[in-house]
Write a protein that binds this ligand. Structure first.
Ligand SMILES: NC(=O)c1ccc[n+]([C@@H]2O[C@H](COP(=O)([O-])OP(=O)(O)OC[C@H]3O[C@@H](n4cnc5c(N)ncnc54)[C@H](O)[C@@H]3O)[C@@H](O)[C@H]2O)c1
Length: 410
């Protein structure tokens, strides 16, 4: 069987990563078109996949204006640019792999889900945790009854101080008007995973949180607007952009790579002088929260608590699932199950997997590609309907935070 032909819509960090995954499975996929406004990123993608000039587009609008030219699209534009290409591509008859969040409003998520149903095309949404090797193992253990029936769950998302500064203060997701709110941008993964793990519908949510630290009033005395000004505080500043992007062991690695394609020291410094990543973390246009908690009540009285915090050294998640017969504790490397029945303690080390999100990016892309080949979407565990179901909970939780009340989901 021929590989499925794919167009990459948005060949930035994620889109180019999906392109690499496609290139690694030539029996399943071949990238034949790209839509990307940035010349250098479009060129890099075109060169890597030998895309002919007539299939290189400056935006999804130009791509979807053409007759259907391949089997499927991978949409990895920024959050606010999901609904446009997703609906247009589904209407054109493309199968779709869409980055999370589905869209930045509930109405737009519903529009995408409706377009998928109308078109009947196969669609997956990139809820990477569902495909992460260890998170998948936790789900299988809990669903298999390893701790009895779930009673309550605690999940903490440790964003890490430097990651918050990079993505949610200086970078793409710092300002809600430009991207979206934190719970949707970052923690829709966590809400989705909780709603996947707990086999009951979510009924009620409440939430608190704010932007407490990355605000002008917390700027050190004497600090300037850019780390490169030069700033007198920079040499001792935890959040120095020069430390984070220039004086690094591997300038090719993310997040340094996000600053400029040229990994040379001078190019990086120049990018910090003019671009967003050189700004003082207390003097940006950021407004998204740096910590938030959400309480969930599911049918049957199951409860869950989620905390997102910028203020951690390590990244990753920690999860505890309390069941009627035991407890499961998970920190992304080790799963520990303690049985109440016989007092035993079991430790499972799933082992690291290469690739983004514990191999999740590879697995979700391949599951979707296999579904396209077999025309059977049962392996796509986050399809349009499932993704809409868990996005609803995210929007309800944010409404609860903003309105200071408990929100009931119907
Ligand atoms: N699943 C995950 O775990 C995960 C992780 C990180 C990011 N994301 C999501 O992936 C998406 C992309 O994030 P990213 O880090 O790659 O951002 P990015 O800015 O690196 O890439 C987005 C690309 O879209 C391009 N673009 C802008 N307008 C366009 C248009 N009209 N047509 C086509 N392309 C256009 C931009 O030029 C850019 O190259 C976001 O929605 C983000 O939230 C998901």
């Amino acid at each position: 069987m021929e590989p499925k032909t794919i167009a990459i819509i948005g060949a930035g960090a994620r889109g180019s990563g999906f392109g690499e995954i496609c290139a690694a499975v030539p029996q399943l996929a071949k990238v034949v078109a790209v839509a990307e406004p940035r010349n250098d990123f479009r060129k890099t993608c075109s060169t890597m996949h030998q895309i002919s000039p007539d299939r290189q587009f400056r935006g999804w609008q130009d791509f979807t204006a053409q007759p259907r030219m391949c089997d499927a699209v991978i949409i990895a534009t920024m959050d606010q640019d999901h609904v446009g290409p997703a609906v247009a591509c589904l209407e054109k008859g493309y199968d779709v792999l869409l980055e999370k969040p589905m869209a930045t409003t509930l109405a737009d998520c519903q529009a995408i889900e409706a377009a998928q149903r109308r078109s009947g095309r196969i669609m997956g949404v990139c809820h990477s945790l569902r495909y992460h090797k260890s998170f998948r193992m936790v789900k299988d253990l809990v669903a298999g009854g390893a701790i009895g029936r779930i009673v309550t769950v605690e999940l903490i998302e440790q964003v890490a101080f430097w990651h918050q500064a990079h993505s949610f203060v200086r970078g793409n997701w710092g300002n809600q008007a430009r991207s979206t709110f934190m719970l949707l941008a970052k923690s829709c993964h966590d809400v989705d995973y909780l709603c996947y793990l707990i086999p009951e519908p979510c009924r009620r949510v409440s939430s608190f949180g704010s932007l407490s630290y990355f605000r002008p009033e917390n700027a050190p005395v004497g600090s300037t607007s850019r780390c490169t000004d030069p700033c007198p505080v920079e040499p001792i500043c935890t959040y120095s952009a020069i430390k984070q992007y220039v004086n690094v062991a591997n300038p090719q690695a993310w997040p340094a790579s996000a600053v400029s394609l040229d990994a040379g020291r001078e190019a990086r410094l120049q990018a910090l002088k003019t671009g967003p990543y050189g700004r003082c973390v207390w003097k940006c246009d950021n407004d998204v929260v740096d910590h938030q908690v959400v309480n969930f009540e599911y049918a049957g009285g199951i409860t869950a608590v989620f905390t997102m915090t910028a203020f951690t050294k390590a990244g990753g998640r920690r999860l505890t699932v309390h069941g009627t017969q035991g407890e499961l504790m998970f920190d992304e490397s080790t799963i520990r199950i303690q049985s109440f029945t016989d007092g035993s303690s079991r430790i499972i080390e799933p082992g690291a997997e290469t690739g983004g999100h514990g191999g999740g990016d590879y697995r979700l892309t391949c599951d979707w590609l296999r579904a396209l080949k077999s025309q059977d979407d049962s392996a796509v565990v986050a399809n349009a309907q499932e993704s809409l179901r868990t996005h609803r909970v995210v929007f309800a939780a944010e409404q609860a935070r903003l309105e200071g009340r408990v929100v009931t989901l119907d």
